[in-house]
Design a protein. Structure first.
Length: 127
């Protein structure tokens, strides 16, 4: 189930990045496009390519650490100033992704991952 959680989280997380970088799925109504050289552009790159690495399970622990930090920054910069409550400030996805990625930092990628394939080829069981 760890691998299933990682795969689904990675798949959905990629869409947040592709929305910012490629406008697919389309940005919400009234939201302007983002410049690549901006904080939102950097977030799009991290979400797209970090999400892809999470999806395949490559470098899961360090990538998850970076993405958990990104989601913490996203919450405290973009959502928290609007309201203390995540359900009111629309920050629930940022909080959940932050803690899911933090979990992957400690739990690893799971058995269905490139990290696990590399560990098995080296004779280790830690992935």
């Amino acid at each position: 189930m760890l691998s299933v959680l990682r795969i689904i989280a990675g798949l959905v997380f990629i869409t947040f990045g592709t929305m910012k970088l490629f406008n697919y799925p389309p940005l919400p109504q009234g939201m302007p496009p983002f410049a690549l050289v901006s904080q939102m552009g950097l977030a799009g790159v991290l979400e797209t390519f970090g999400g892809l690495l999470i999806l395949i399970g490559l470098f899961t622990r360090p990538v998850s650490f970076v993405l958990a930090g990104e989601m913490a920054v996203a919450y405290f910069q973009g959502h928290y100033p609007q309201s203390f409550w995540p359900t009111t400030n629309m920050g629930t996805p940022a909080i959940l992704y932050c803690f899911i990625f933090l979990y992957f930092v400690f739990a690893g990628a799971g058995a269905w991952s490139v990290d696990a394939m590399i560990a098995r080829s080296k004779g280790s069981s830690t992935y």
